[in-house]
Design a protein around this ligand. Structure first.
Ligand code: CP
Length: 296
């Protein structure tokens, strides 16, 4: 695998293989077992041109856990502020000895551009509204480790789906593993061309769901909060009480408390939100292992 730009470009068994390795690394991390430093001779460079806490730090943690050296570019204090082009910045990172480039950027095609301009394996850490493949993988890992299966689970993505790269990845991946997916939100925040069922009636489907996957409103991409949003779409204690006993709540983070989710649900027994964060590390270890392995 020469980098990870999107999931659709992967060979047929790659997702299953990565989830298997991620699960293995999750077990090792939980057991605090010594991990083979297979990337001891590699340099992983993180270049995040959009804000991030979870993705950036979990890539750093994953890289260090595998023995890699880690460089992290902070664009706001880089020579980008002196007018250096994106291409020149990326080529500079390559010239500094980068073996694997982890890139987050506001433009959909930035990871492909970075791979082209540097020749490096690039891992897409979130690009525009198009794709966030390692988030999709860690969500798959979280679901499988919690439920032990995908087949037959009923999941609703709720919120600003039209502007969400997280939703784009889930819409691509979940039906192919057997999850029964539906999209829930106001018409203005639903994609116009979805191949899966859509509805604006969250209350009408709550009782059928195994997983409620909440999204925040993507204000940085121009989404305004509809006046009726919390009344119709907020996951609160009343709605949580109407879910079946085994149903869980997921969210890629960052969460906006009091808007799409209330404190009692975010911090309550149904919440897998921090488990998703934790699973980011073994998932990214598995991706780095596969990507760097191909780059040897
Ligand atoms: N889920 C996610 O991508 O979070 P960060 O923006 O904090 O990396």
């Amino acid at each position: 695998m020469k980098g990870l730009i999107d999931l659709s470009g992967l060979p047929p068994d790659a997702v299953s293989d990565i989830l298997g390795r991620a699960s293995h690394y999750a077990d090792l991390l939980e057991a605090q077992t010594t991990i083979d430093p297979i990337l001891h001779d590699k340099v992983v460079t993180n270049a995040f041109f959009e804000a991030s806490t979870r993705t950036r730090l979990s890539f750093e943690r994953a890289s260090m856990a595998l023995g890699a050296d880690v460089l992290s570019l902070d664009p706001e204090i880089s020579s980008a502020v002196k007018g250096e082009s994106l291409g020149d910045t990326l080529q500079t990172l390559a010239a500094l000895g980068t073996d694997v480039l982890v890139l987050r950027h506001g433009e959909d095609d930035a990871p492909a551009y970075a791979a082209n301009v540097t020749g490096l394996p690039v891992i897409n850490a979130g690009a525009g509204t198009s794709m966030h493949p390692t988030q999709t993988l860690l969500d798959l890992l979280t679901i499988r480790r919690h439920f032990g299966r995908f087949e037959g689970l009923r999941l609703a993505i709720v919120g600003d789906i039209a502007h969400s790269r997280v939703a784009a990845g889930l819409i691509e991946a979940l039906p192919s593993v057997g999850v029964d997916l539906r999209l829930v939100g106001p018409d203005s925040l639903l994609p116009g061309d979805a191949d899966v069922p859509t509805t604006d009636d969250l209350d009408g489907c709550l009782g059928e769901l195994d997983i409620v996957y909440l999204l925040r409103l993507q204000r940085e991409r121009g989404t305004a909060q509809p006046s009726f949003y919390t009344e119709a779409f907020q996951m609160n204690s009343t709605r949580s009480a109407r879910l079946n006993d085994r149903a869980v709540v997921m969210h890629p983070g960052p969460i906006n408390r009091g808007i799409e989710i209330t404190d009692d649900v975010a911090d309550g027994p149904r919440s897998l939100i921090l488990q998703q964060v934790a699973n980011g590390v073994p998932t990214r270890m598995a991706v780095l292992e596969v990507v760097a392995g191909e780059a040897l």
